[in-house]
Design a protein around this ligand. Structure first.
Ligand SMILES: C[S@@+](CC[C@H](N)C(=O)[O-])C[C@H]1O[C@@H](n2cnc3c(N)ncnc32)[C@H](O)[C@@H]1O
Length: 296
């Protein structure tokens, strides 16, 4: 029986970044954690309700889609969503991506290499670096590590605080995420995570700082761009400075394409402004990607 070494290696890395090889599995939520989640949910719903009352009095200048999103949040915000936020502090995994998302990411990365789309890979918004670790593993496993780099862009101090006047959706969510550290992970910790997989090599480039400061000066070409910065401004800034550096045939993956997140509205605005009609492929309830195709 033949053994596919590349697939076995990537399976292992994928399982590991999602926490599947940890000595102890993800702990079952304690009663105390569940109570915390319920209390947090009550508060978030109360805050959204207050925002909607303000909307009715026209005190806030919001687009129709943002109004719809706020109403949706009020109705949809479930205990499970809060539990996910609490899980941010899980000691076990190196990425928030689930297995389906990781499988899709791996497949896009392999296709980009297989189809010889020129350029590097980059993720903007990396948390503990797990998705980038998998991207670098794909490059090395497919033998293109010396020619293609993986770029790791993050503030390494968590999400920026959104402006409440212009990005109410993001600002309301930030209030909750900031309770769990707003995804702040130091650069040194992310470097160490790469090193634990034997993947901290010179093909990995770090871009520490706010996207608005680091991305405009980045020179290069991308075969795959993954955006996971949650907010409107973070997503729009990354598209504004990097979209033109994505090669024809390249993959643009949006983690946060869900109406409750500003990223969704940033992507829609950018695509409309640039007349981008390439079809979006849905990966899960949130993640979508498209391939940047040349004009017909
Ligand atoms: C949801 S986490 C990323 C999750 C990660 N992709 C994973 O695999 O688990 C969002 C990240 O975006 C970063 N971020 C968001 N906006 C940013 C900005 N404007 N500049 C730099 N980093 C930003 C945060 O620091 C945080 O690490």
């Amino acid at each position: 029986m033949s053994f596919d070494l590349e697939q076995a290696y990537l399976d292992l890395v994928q399982t590991a970044v999602a926490g599947g090889l940890a000595d102890q599995p993800e702990p079952v939520l304690s009663r105390e954690e569940l109570n915390r989640a319920r209390a947090l949910r009550r508060r978030v719903r109360a805050e959204f309700a207050a925002e909607i009352r303000a909307l009715k009095k026209n005190q806030l200048n919001l687009s129709d889609s943002a109004r719809t999103s706020l109403r949706g949040l009020l109705l949809d915000f479930q205990v499970e969503d809060v539990v996910r936020l609490l899980r941010i502090n899980s000691p076990v995994s190196h990425t928030l991506l689930g297995q389906a998302a990781l499988t899709s990411l791996r497949s896009c990365a392999r296709q980009a290499i297989w189809l010889r789309v020129p350029g590097d890979f980059m993720e903007c918004g990396v948390w503990r670096g797990g998705a980038c670790i998998l991207l670098r593993a794909v490059q090395n496993a497919m033998g293109v590590g010396p020619r293609r780099r993986t770029w790791v862009a993050d503030s390494f101090q968590g999400l920026p605080q959104p402006d409440r006047q212009t990005n109410l959706l993001d600002a309301v969510l930030y209030a909750y995420l900031s309770e769990t550290g707003a995804f702040a992970v130091a650069l040194e910790e992310v470097r160490q995570n790469f090193a634990r997989y034997g993947l901290l090599d010179e093909g990995v480039g770090f871009l520490p700082g706010w996207f608005a400061d680091t991305l405009p000066a980045w020179q290069g070409q991308l075969a795959l761009l993954r955006l996971d910065g949650d907010w409107y401004d973070s997503t729009y800034t990354a598209l504004e400075h990097l979209y033109d550096k994505v090669s024809w045939g390249g993959f643009i993956i949006i983690d946060d394409y869900h109406p409750v997140l500003g990223a969704y509205h940033a992507v829609n605005d950018f695509r409309a402004q640039r007349d981008i009609t390439d079809a979006m492929v849905q990966v899960d309830h949130q993640i979508h990607f498209w391939r940047k195709l040349p004009p017909a």
